[in-house]
Ligand binder design. Structure first.
Ligand code: GLU
Length: 285
């Protein structure tokens, strides 16, 4: 075992499809190729978007596909106290402000709405936004090299606690990645841009950022990313080999000759091509 700690962190909004299998497999192979730990975290902080039974279906699929995780599965729904503590800490450090502006107002006012946002009355529903005073505009990605995010997006005062009372993904993901000692984040490219906000939170909390590897997305016939929301076909637990081969192909890996899941994964770990992680995520301001 090395100091490497990685994870797969699905939201239980539906069963795994090929796109989420690519993220699961990519993060698994990277962790195992580095002799590291691979954790699974169910990101169940958004009940309205959850599908009953999806968490256990996801875990069953991972098992059927030979993607065995280390330790206990973590459920974000059991960590509300940790998120509250983090909100209190960020609040007491002056990083947060309340805002009840709508998306429409945000668009009209531009992303720097702090100047025009009227503080909502005490007790009125409001989101908590992060004061993004010194935006981070880029970082080093192990697959994509130096990533630069549009200035306006990087500078957004992003939401970390939603107006409807739910914790925002940005808050929970960083809270857990820090708490679980994550060193490497391997996930889909749909989260590239969110990384600069997450790096902001690491900085505000005085935590060392992880290294990042954002994997190619699997697109459907309509050119859109496969997702649970657009009802991508679930993968078949009874027949894992074809989907694993397809996922390896999407990951740009050689597809080994193997007749069992175990042999395929073993060979895929040996051949994993993303071994160079010498460059840490450099937050560029
Ligand atoms: N829960 C997120 C999703 O399912 C992924 C979070 C992450 O890997 O940072 O899209």
């Amino acid at each position: 075992m090395t100091g490497y700690v990685g994870r797969f962190a699905p939201s239980p909004s539906g069963p795994l499809h090929l796109g989420s299998l690519v993220a699961a497999l990519g993060s698994f192979l990277d962790a195992r190729a580095h002799g590291g730990r691979w954790l699974v975290r169910i990101e169940d902080i958004d009940p309205p978007r959850e599908m009953p039974g999806a968490s256990s279906a996801i875990l069953r699929t991972l098992e059927a596909f030979g993607l065995h995780w280390d330790g206990e599965v973590r459920y974000q729904s059991r960590h509300h106290q940790d998120y509250d503590a983090l909100l209190a800490r960020l609040g007491s450090q002056g990083h947060l402000y309340r805002c009840a502006c709508t998306r429409k107002q945000l668009k009209e006012q531009g992303l720097h709405l702090r100047a025009t946002c009227n503080p909502p009355a005490q007790g009125a529903p409001a989101a908590l936004r992060f004061r993004n005073d010194a935006p981070i505009t880029g970082f080093w990605d192990r697959a994509q090299g130096q990533v630069t995010v549009p200035q306006a997006l990087a500078a957004e005062d992003f939401i970390i606690h939603r107006k409807d009372g739910l914790y925002a993904y940005q808050l929970a993901v960083v809270a857990d990645d820090i708490d679980q000692g994550m060193t490497h984040i391997v996930r889909g490219s749909d989260l590239v841009e969110a990384s600069v906000w997450q790096l902001q939170l690491y900085r505000a909390l005085g935590a060392a950022p992880c290294s990042y590897l954002h994997l190619p997305l699997v697109l459907g016939e309509d050119g859109q990313k496969l997702s649970k929301q657009n009802h991508a076909a679930p993968i078949d637990d009874a027949n894992p080999l074809p989907a694993l081969r397809q996922a390896l192909w999407h990951l740009g890996q050689q597809v080994p000759q193997a007749d069992s899941v175990e042999d395929l994964l073993k060979a895929a770990v040996t051949q994993w091509s993303h071994l160079d992680d010498s460059q840490p995520a450099q937050a560029r301001v």
